[in-house]
Design a protein around this ligand. Sequence first.
Ligand SMILES: NC(=O)c1ccc[n+]([C@@H]2O[C@H](COP(=O)([O-])OP(=O)(O)OC[C@H]3O[C@@H](n4cnc5c(N)ncnc54)[C@H](O)[C@@H]3O)[C@@H](O)[C@H]2O)c1
Length: 254
Amino acid sequence: MNGSSRTVVVTGGGGGIGAACARAMARQGWRVVVCDIDAARAEQIAREVGGLGRELDIADADAVEEMAASLDGEVGPCSGLIACAAHLENPHRPEDQSLDEWRRIIDVNVSGSFHTCRAFGSRMAGGGAIVTIASITALGSSPLVAYGPSKAAIITMTQNLAVAWGRRQVRVNCVAPGPTLTPAVAASHARGERDPATMIRQTALGRLVQPEEVASAVSFLMSDAASAITGVVLPVDAGVAVTGIWSLYGGVPS
Ligand SMILES: NC(=O)c1ccc[n+]([C@@H]2O[C@H](COP(=O)([O-])OP(=O)(O)OC[C@H]3O[C@@H](n4cnc5c(N)ncnc54)[C@H](O)[C@@H]3O)[C@@H](O)[C@H]2O)c1
């Protein structure tokens, strides 16, 4: 898509997948606003893509609203939003769930994604495109006790907004990444906290997903090539979502 003169906000744009999205959108000619709770990372990625960097905690509804209003004045209405920021979680037993972590995950992932979509989506006067980021943990059972349900809520929210804003020509879609080799995930492999081989065994393609592959799916849904697509959930997971029952029969063939 020729994104010239269009502005897209990428929340969590300082992170692995968010930064890949910011780069992909800039390559397509969009002006990119990188928002992240980590101000230094937001600035760094913004400098790299020739965009604007802003510190933002998406869990703070007032701050999100102020950011949308101030960007409106500064660069004009944003016609794109990639709602990528999230609070991540390590696997654990439900009975070991810390309530503080539960609340933070719901505040950031569910409420924060809603604040962001509402603040920017409601200002998309001439139509627009939004991509939310869920996870394959939203599609079934996992030991991510709070994170999984928070991502499932993002899917329903995406579908609600797609219908609520469809007649305004605001498209709202969701990408559900599988195990993606971001710098943070690579670091956890290096520390021995996660075993990449276990994850790879559960994929159809026999490998992890690269952040740029998630960004490709996001930029497709943001583009005019997806002009009749709204309300969909697109897994980008190297096939993890379809391998489950194969484990009853000895696993994915090598
Ligand atoms: N990496 C994976 O395997 C994977 C799999 C499925 C889904 N996802 C999803 O992809 C998205 C990006 O994840 P990632 O792997 O790049 O993680 P990451 O940790 O590299 O990036 C997340 C970014 O969000 C920012 N952030 C966290 N809380 C915030 C807040 N309250 N306000 C604003 N920014 C905040 C962080 O500072 C960070 O830059 C997330 O929504 C995540 O849930 C990732």
